[in-house]
Write a protein that binds this ligand. Structure first.
Ligand code: PLP
Length: 383
């Protein structure tokens, strides 16, 4: 199997589009004029798909939404000002007083932070770190309305049995949503595995150049419309047309960037796995057993993001390795063309508090510098 579906490459390039400008115009308009008030009001009735006011629909943003829906094999997609805009709007739109959401896997911290805010509005949540269906089933409650997954999960890149979880949820009338940012829609198709909604921070690989924020949700027309009217319009985290244009440009090179970053990250991860100062590498392609089976079944490959647990005495020694790296920028985000390094711990958690995130862990985001240069950099930092 090709690492990337050739049909997706054509979607990213928007190949075969009608004659005209290769790049879509940036429609820098906050509102749109109609011939008559009747036409305006009719358009307002379909504001989720008609350009009336750019806090709802804008033609440049819609071009990006069309491409993302195609990549996710979804009926519809909606873009937001950031990944957290998409995530918070989805949770806000789908959950109400008395509902429970189950978070499975290592979830991006601010997503849990938002769920904590929702507690004040009568929405409860719990977390489940089991990677098997029995463990996940046991964590459901009679009030569970949504199962929210992150696979690969943040920092440890653990995989969840998406197909099984979604089948279980469907049988119980529970919705499922997954944060698909790490895999991108090119390397994992959650909707084809049964998920109702796929969420993205477009800020990462899709933008790809660390210069734009963006988020998206993709799913059925009905669910995306529900999120649009209940949360997108009232909360107002709309994507700007210029950001959509930058993201459309990012999409054009996404397949090529991902292929390179995927290959280079795997080479770096394999080199690290053999290094005497490394305890463990968290990379789905290097996993064994049930995790390896899931990787083969539900992913076409892994992107350029992974973590390494070092055989070092403490947090300070780990940060010192990170600081000695010359080609890896010290920055929090990931998915751009420049390599980055960070730790999950801002402060030393101590051995008792480190929990699932070892204090000697560093996360690496592999850019486009080339595997040999990055390995040489790691070699000097670990010497
Ligand atoms: N989901 C994951 C897995 C992330 O890593 C991030 C950001 O780091 C987000 C969502 C949030 O995206 P944004 O920063 O675009 O709001």
């Amino acid at each position: 199997m090709d690492a990337i579906d050739p049909a997706d490459t054509l979607t990213c390039l928007r190949s075969g589009h009608a004659a005209g400008p290769i790049m879509p115009p940036i429609v820098q308009a906050s509102l749109f004029r109609f011939e008559t008030l009747e036409e305006l009001f009719a358009a307002q009735d379909r504001e989720h798909e008609t350009s009336v006011y750019s806090r709802g629909t804008n033609p440049t943003v819609r071009e990006l939404e069309t491409a993302l829906a195609a990549l996710e094999r979804a009926e519809a997609a909606k873009c937001f000002a950031s990944g957290m805009g998409a995530i918070s709007a989805t949770l806000f739109a789908l959950l109400g007083q008395g509902d429970h959401v189950l978070f499975c896997g290592d979830i991006y911290g601010p997503t849990i932070g938002f769920a904590q805010r929702l507690e004040g509005y009568g929405v409860s949540h719990s977390r489940c770190f089991a990677a098997d269906i029995d463990g996940i089933e046991a964590a459901l409650t009679p009030a569970t309305r949504l199962i929210y997954l992150e696979s690969p999960g943040s920092m440890r890149f653990e995989l969840l049995p998406i197909e099984q979880v979604c089948a279980l949820a469907k049988a119980r009338g529970i919705l499922t949503a997954i944060d698909n940012t790490v895999a991108t829609p090119l390397l994992q198709k959650p909707l084809a595995l049964g998920c109702d909604l796929a969420l993205h921070s477009l800020t990462k690989y899709i933008g790809g150049h660390s210069d734009t924020l963006g988020g998206a949700v993709a799913g059925s027309r009905e669910l995306v419309e529900r999120i649009f009217y209940r949360a997108y319009m009232p909360m107002g985290a709309a994507m700007a047309p210029f950001d959509a244009w930058l993201l459309l440009r990012g999409l054009m090179t996404l397949p090529a960037r991902l292929a390179q970053q995927q290959a280079d990250a795997l080479a770096v991860a394999r080199w690290l796995a053999d290094h005497p100062k490394v305890r463990r590498v968290f990379h789905p392609a290097l996993a064994e057993g049930a995790q390896a089976d899931l990787f083969a079944r539900q992913m076409r490959g892994h992107s350029g993001l992974f973590s390494t647990e070092f055989d070092l005495p403490d947090h300070a020694a780990t940060l010192a390795i990170g600081n000695r790296l010359k080609l890896f920028g010290k920055a929090i985000s990931w998915g751009g063309v420049e390599s980055l390094v960070t730790s999950p711990h801002r402060r030393d958690p101590g051995s008792e508090q480190e929990g699932r995130m070892p204090r000697t862990l560093l996360r690496l985001s592999v850019g486009l510098e080339g595997a040999d240069a990055l390995i040489a950099d790691l070699e000097q930092a670990l010497a």
